[in-house]
Structure formats: structure tokens, C-alpha cells
Design a protein around this ligand. Sequence first.
Ligand code: AMP
Length: 521
Amino acid sequence: MNIGDLLTKAARTFPGNPAVVYGERRLDYAEFDGRVNRLAAALYRLGLEPGDTAAVLMHNRPEMLESIFACFKAGCAAVPLNFRLHPRELAYIIDHARAPVVLASDAFAETVAAMRAELPHVRTLVVAGAAGGGALDYEELLAAESDRFDSAPAEPDDTAWLFYTSGTTGLPKGAMLTHRNLLAMTMGFYADMCPGFGTAEVVLHAAPLSHGSGLYALPNVGKAAAHVIPPSPSFDPEQALHDIEDHRVTNLFAAPTMVKRMVDSPAIDERDHGSLKAVVYGGAPMLAEDLRKAMEKLGPCLVQLYGQAESPMTISHLPHGDHVLDGSPEQTRRLSSAGIARTDVEVRIVDAGDRPLPPGETGEIVTRSDLVMKGYWRDEEATAAALRGGWLHTGDLGYLDGQGYLFLMDRSKDLIISGGENIYPREVEEVLVQHPAVGEVAVIGVPDEEWGEAVKAVVVLAPGRGATAGELIDFCRGHLASYKKPRSVDFVDEIPKNNYGKIVKNELREPYWRGRERRVV
Ligand code: AMP
């Protein structure tokens, strides 16, 4: 099935359901589907053929969802771009994706126009909003087409979404997500993550549609849910809580830092968020202490997902039922896990020689399922390495317990090796965040003449609180083996995060490793 037909079917059965809410703009499913059909037809008129790619560069707005679904229906691969990337990075991806068409919003029209000289493959720039300077106008393009369109007969292995990784370990790579991958992702959402998901849901797209929230839109479209898109391009916890109350939002996807910001906001006690049935968090670690606070404030609606671009949305999940406050020691321990593998997903832990490890032993997390990408676009070498032996090598380190709960430690590149001992930053972070003066924390390895690397904690103090480095180090001493405690603490105003709410550890490490021959950034 062409994944775009999630929309065709939803619009056929529920044409009058509210589909998109964006400020004063409203579209029902018949209108939303009609606009997507017009755009799909326009892509053909612009010379695209099934199998081609189209880049999408917009803030969250209705045209972003329309563009992604139009690409699906036309049998083309959508290449949604992270709008916070530097123009150089954007140019690299658009060129690498060989996209003949760029669908941009007016905020980015100039950026794309300025880089056209470096983009020999781009034939057409379409702009939503006020077009100019040789760009085609999105609305004019739609007006010229019919609102009926038969989706391209996509094969399960055809690429639907070219999902570029953040490129923290080199140049970004395009994970080819197929119609099969996205359908498996959608079905797993209904079966495992949010069973009971109905046809009167309201989703808030608080996170970027180019990443987690975009994937998350698919199961919502499949059940004809209303998509509330906040007009502001950056996440605002007060606005999100206001939208939840106003639109009776039932579900949303958020990075852990977004959940934390909502929970820490005074608006959490002022706004009614009782309509929430699922707050799906993931994409980065949620420290157990932060999770406990979120459970206290948000009630029984939290679900964790662990996934990556190469296996979209879910490899494992921590279901509603495992979010137990004041549970048994076993239940409390599970709050630090990434839950259990999805029903249709295999997860193993392997050593450096790809040999499976028994429960309790830490190694690389590998996975096999219909969710795993076809490969990296135009990169056979990276594909062969990532998919060797038929398993996706996630680059994440972790272990499985005897009941199949997956405990994620860290990305392998974030592991600190100090005096020959492996130290997982997350373990140290989990302790430090329990200190009342610690608002946010990231633990990194910095160069050390004697030990190779030394543990450093970078801390944002909680509002109105103070602590010295010595106090925090002593606190760790009481909870951790001595070799794991930080040797130093830096206090900062802000910890750098990318647009998707992930702490950018290589950026944090960079100043310490600059100029060194051996670098771990
Ligand atoms: P991306 O490909 O940008 O979605 O990033 C995926 C990476 O984010 C994974 O490989 C993990 O390192 C991290 N990640 C995703 N979900 C979780 C989670 N629930 N807990 C901890 N880390 C996570």
C-alpha cells in the first residue's frame, strides 16, 4: 500500500473530520486530501516521476504535512529538512538527495534562492506564502490541478521518506525509509504504543514535522485525527499547555527536554491537560528523576519510545502500564529503561564481533524488523556497515534484563574511557539530576594526561539554587563507584541542544578537545 493512502482512506471515511488547525486556518479531511492531491499532480507537472525526491524546507505549518503526503502519493521520496541547519548543511543535503524540486515556505525562500548556484540538480523552487524571485507560488500551483489523484502504485520497498541523520559523526546520511517501514511503524503505534487509539484524536505538533512529529503524524492521519500546529516555529511550553487545554489535545510527541520544560512551567498547574491520553516521549534519554516529576504532573499518559532515523519511531517502548509511581523496586528500576521490544521487532545485544551477549551484559544494540531502513541513500559502504549480518547496528550501547527490558546506556561515541574503565555518562547524569540544585546536566569525557579521559559534569543550576563543584562531586561519591564521579564540574547557563531537543555532546566536548591529536568529538 502507498503510505499516502492512509490519508486517502481517512478522507473517504471521515471527510468532515477536522484535519488541520493552524491559527485561524481550518481544514477538514476532504479539504486536506484535496490539497494534497492537487500538489501531487503538480509535482508530476513539474517533471517529477515516481522514484524522484523532493526537498521540503518549512517551519511547522499545514503545507509541510501536505508536501510530505503529496510526495508519498506521487511515489516520490519526501526529504524534509531540519530548518535550523546552517545553509551550507541544507545545501549539502539538497544536493546529496538529488532533489529537482524544493518546496519551501516564504521564511526560507531567500536562503534557497541564494544557494541555487550550488544546487545544479534543483530545477524548481516552490514557495508557500509570498513567492518571488523566480519561485513558483504554492497556491497557484494547487489551483491549476484537480483535487482527485490516484496514488502511484508504490512497491513496499520503494523509498517514501529520505530521513537525514543529524550528522553528529560526520556528514549527514539519508536513511531510506520505505512504504513498508512507515506502514510497520504506523501499525506498531496502534498495536503497542497507543492501543485504543480511536477516530476522535487530537494531536499537537509541538516538535518539528521534519523529524519525530512528522513520523508521528502518520498514525494520526490514518485515524483521521485533528492536527493542531502551533503557529510559532519554536517550542514554547506555555503555548503548548494552552493549546492542549484549548483544543482538548489527546496525544503528542515530545523530546524529553520538551516534557521537562512543560512540567517545570507554572502553566502545568494552571492549564487543564486532562484530555491527554498519550504523551509519547523519546529520541533522547529521559532521566528517571525527570520522568518521575513528569508522571506526578501529567498523570498516567506517558509512553516512551526508543528509535532512530534508521528504524523509525520505535525499536522498543515503555508502555503506559510500566509508568508506575511508588511501585515495587522492579517497577522503579524499569523507569530507567527504554522498555520492551515492539511485538514485531527483534532486539539483541552483541559484542564487537557481533556475537549475542546474555542478559545483563552491555554491548551494542542491534535490531531486525520491517521497520529497518532499506539503507543509506547513495552510500553503499555505510549501508553495508550499518546492516551487516542483516541486523541494524544502532551505535547505541545497552543491555537487556531477564524480562526483556532494554536499558540504554549511551551512544558508543559518548562512552567515557578513563584509566581503562568504561563509564556511561547517563549513569552519572541519573545521579546528579537527583541533587536539588541541579536543573539540567550533561556528562562528558575531557582529555586527562593521566587517565586518558576524565569525567566532567556540565550543570545548569535549578532556579534559585546554588551548589559548588565539591558538593556535587561529594553527592556522586555517595551514589556511585568512586572512579565514575566527575573530576570537575562546569556551571553554565544553557546546555546546547539541537532542534530535536537532543543535547549536542560533541559541541559540548569540542572546546576541551580542540587542537588535540586524539579527539573524541
Ligand atoms: P535520531 O536518529 O535523530 O532519531 O536519533 C536516534 C538516537 O537517539 C538513538 O540512536 C538513541 O541514541 C537516542 N534515543 C532515541 N530514543 C531514545 C530513548 N528513548 N532513550 C535514550 N536515547 C534515545
